[in-house]
Design a protein around this ligand. Structure first.
Ligand code: 1AE
Length: 403
């Protein structure tokens, strides 16, 4: 028999954790066991969940808790993430202090998921950048702009030599810059910039609107020149990401935005761990790039959680392409050495304010990042590199140097 397992952290000052674990294993599978007549027990046995492990802990900071692993028979659920999530953490997510730490998919279950269509390797091929860290710029101040305003902003970012530009996630379908026109105008601007910089550029257009229209919006955007898509899977549902990413006609990389993630992962006692939510689940649902708050910027996440997300995105023991980690929020050039030390080269350095807020403008913001990346790769301290790189010097003066 084949099982998916779920590991939970359950906080409770007095509970009998074994009893609790067994009630979950039975309650979320066959409902009731001891009351079933013998004959029915035999029929139901293949559907019964079971407790794999219970590790009890008591510590001064977190009190009394147990890490509990339960196996759920694959036969109980269809091959989609909602079915597994509802089984493993539907009703019980509301039953006391319980956090879903991890899910381990059976080989059989995972075989239903193609995963990222491009992944790290595919994106590197599209950009002709086989090894180095990538640089992404985020459109800022997009609401209320017309197409020309947006195009000017796009061009300024693109000329700074970035590899990717993404829409801000709060740029929805709107009459001033509808997705098709935006994709077409920015495509022209990208080609103009590519002629100057000699670098390929991907533009991730924000895919929004009613769920029933997402596919047609995506196809329209791609037809008009979008070379990537930005999508917020936690607002729409991971299964929608899975549908989009496995659609053969949606043949561009998808970047997953972490909007709403703060409602799930930060609590020690409740929710879903960051590494599962923003790592394993995003990758399984097919995100080629995954954004999440870094440990160092304006919205922070503990470093060990960040590295655990990274690990889920890049681990090579799964039959899925890897996804690019994109630690984000408040990133500026002074943070680049730390970012590369923690994430290595398979990372997208991503900045909005850290590019647009450069005193020399957005293009200078892009140069400053490229200079910081180059210096970090060569092991040159940024302060030293700044002597010969005025854009980097201006960035360090503005935001400060390495922490
Ligand atoms: C964690 C998501 C970060 C994001 O979407 C965003 O727009 C960041 O902007 P900056 O770099 O903080 O200005």
């Amino acid at each position: 028999m084949s099982f998916c397992t779920a590991t939970y952290r359950i906080h409770d000052a007095k509970a009998d954790f074994r009893k609790k674990a067994e009630s979950i294993a039975v309650g979320m599978t066959v409902g009731s066991w001891t009351e079933l007549p013998q004959i029915q027990q035999e029929n139901m046995r293949k559907h019964l969940g079971h407790v794999v492990r219970i590790e009890e802990h008591e510590d001064a900071l977190y009190g009394r808790y147990a890490d509990v692993t339960i196996a759920y028979p694959d036969i109980n659920f269809s091959r989609d993430l909602p079915a597994l999530l509802i089984t493993a953490f539907g009703k019980i997510s509301m039953d006391g202090q319980i956090k879903l730490l991890d899910l381990d998919f059976s080989k059989e279950f995972l075989s239903g998921f193609p995963g990222p269509k491009f992944g790290i390797e595919g994106i590197r091929q599209l950009l002709g950048a086989p090894e180095r860290p990538l640089l992404m710029s985020i459109f800022k101040s997009v609401v209320g702009y017309d197409l020309d305003g947006l195009k000017q902003q796009f061009l300024a970012q693109a000329l700074g030599g970035v590899d990717l530009i993404k829409d801000d996630e709060i740029l929805f379908e709107n009459p001033l810059t509808p997705i098709q026109l935006r994709a077409a105008e920015c495509r022209k601007a990208a080609e103009e910039a590519e002629r100057t910089t000699g670098k390929k550029l991907l533009y991730a257009v924000n895919l929004t609107g009613p769920t029933s229209q997402l596919r047609s919006q995506a196809l329209k955007a791609i037809d008009s020149g979008a070379t990537a898509l930005l999508f917020s899977p936690l607002a729409y549902g991971l299964d929608i990401l899975q549908e989009l990413s496995s659609d053969p006609d949606i043949n561009v990389p998808i970047a997953a935005h972490p909007s709403l993630a703060g409602a799930f992962y930060p609590s020690v006692n409740y929710g879903i761990s960051a590494s599962l939510l923003l790592g394993k689940l995003m990758r399984t649902a097919g995100a080629d790039l995954v954004l999440f708050p870094s440990p160092y910027g304006s919205v922070v996440m503990p470093r060990e959680e960040n590295l655990a997300i990274r690990q889920e995105l890049v681990r090579t023991d799964l039959p899925l392409r890897t996804s690019f980690p994109v630690p984000s929020a408040g990133i500026h050039p002074g943070l680049v050495p730390q970012l590369l030390a923690d994430f290595g080269s398979d990372v997208v350095v991503n900045a909005g304010g850290g590019i647009h807020g450069h005193p020399g403008g957005a293009s200078a913001g892009g140069y400053a990042f490229l200079q910081a990346i180059e210096a970090s790769l060569q092991g040159i301290p940024l302060e030293e590199a700044a002597h010969t790189n005025p854009e980097l010097q201006a960035a360090l003066n503005t935001w400060g140097g390495p922490k």
